[in-house]
Design a protein around this ligand. Sequence first.
Ligand SMILES: Cc1cc2nc3c(=O)[nH]c(=O)nc-3n(C[C@H](O)[C@H](O)[C@H](O)COP(=O)(O)OP(=O)(O)OC[C@H]3O[C@@H](n4cnc5c(N)ncnc54)[C@H](O)[C@@H]3O)c2cc1C
Length: 407
Amino acid sequence: MVERYDLAIVGGGLVGASLAVSLSATPLRIALVEAFAPDSASQPSFDERTTALGNASRRVFEALGLWQAMEPDAAPITDIHVSDAGRFGFARLAARDFAVPALGYVVPNRVLGRVLWEGLRRAANVTPFVPMRVQAVTPGADAVGLALESDTGRMDIEARLVVAADGANSLVREAAGLSAMVDDYRQVAVVAALRTDQGNDGTAYERFTAAGPMALLPLRGAAQHNWRTLVWAARPEDATRLLQLEPSAFMAEWQRAFGWRAGRAVELGRRVPYPLALSRSSEAVAHRIAMLGNASQLLHPVAGQGFNLGLRDAAELADLLAACPSDPGSDEVLADFAARRKADRGGVVRFTDTLVRAFSNTNPVVALARDAGLLAFDLLPPAKRALSRVSLGFGARAPRLTRGLMP
Ligand SMILES: Cc1cc2nc3c(=O)[nH]c(=O)nc-3n(C[C@H](O)[C@H](O)[C@H](O)COP(=O)(O)OP(=O)(O)OC[C@H]3O[C@@H](n4cnc5c(N)ncnc54)[C@H](O)[C@@H]3O)c2cc1C
């Protein structure tokens, strides 16, 4: 017997799990297939990274009733300090300029995973297949077949709509016959927790160096005293060297590149590398299949937009599916989804890509222009307001969840 569902979500990482919780109050029968248990050390989405959530993402989690459980570990970003190593340009953004308590919140990915999956355990209409891996996808006229496999056996299910939330190397995308357009940035992000001798005051630092950008984000929580998350994007050969350095040598090199704004580095956590690329699915949808999150677009983490954008993907699809169409995988639903997500996805991809390329460029004319840009940005309130659009999304309309309303 093949089990039948209205919707099957492949990938229960940040975006797939968020979509499933968003649909928990609908009558849809949902299968959620995830290769790793949420608390497994091998879970690739809920790993040592931290995620900077924008205010729209906070509103989504508030509407879903999950924010309260995240808040004790969510560090508010009250200020953002942007600087260009060895040059004069810098810019500041402060929450008070926008009359909000925080510009965003930094939450450990493991906390996001724990809270999302606690939410899923309360969702009566979601059947989790965990840990199970989708091995084959068979698109059909009225449903898509999925062959699932685990260490203990295999089974088949089918669904009228399949959501690809299975990350940048999406098997579902490939099975749908879509390609990924990939631009390798030739950078690797080295992510680590870093403790300094200076208390964290809610400032997130973004520092652009010739080799690539570096971010230092505040952390919160009982065990996080003076700890921050460092995301250091470097050329692959430099990243290899940074990963091999003794912790004291690494911290000395970080101090030279970053300066003393956040105090003196005194302790370093485990360093984990993430190769960086821009990858976009050739299409947003295929027959009975929708692409979400990293399966649709993989971004450079420089502006902390990947998950925020993926969460808006999930919120928009939730809006369409909660309207209870008789066939959730119909061409009309999928065409609507693709049309509604186009402007936001395109805008964030362009914004992030331009930032990476402008600030990785060593040409003195480009460097001067970006310093002037940073200074102008610091002096001109309209430029700051324009940036706040990035965190709200470039779409013409905001999905209900991002306005704090259930779909
Ligand atoms: C260093 C770094 C820092 C970042 N910081 C930020 C930030 O501050 N803010 C922000 O918004 N974004 C940030 N991002 C981006 C963010 O991490 C991604 O946007 C997010 O992980 C995308 O989630 P996803 O669920 O689409 O994909 P993934 O996180 O890749 O999850 C995919 C899931 O699918 C599962 N899966 C894959 N194949 C199968 C299969 N065949 N069967 C079953 N399950 C499968 C995987 O096990 C995984 O759980 C950062 C990224 C990096 C690399």
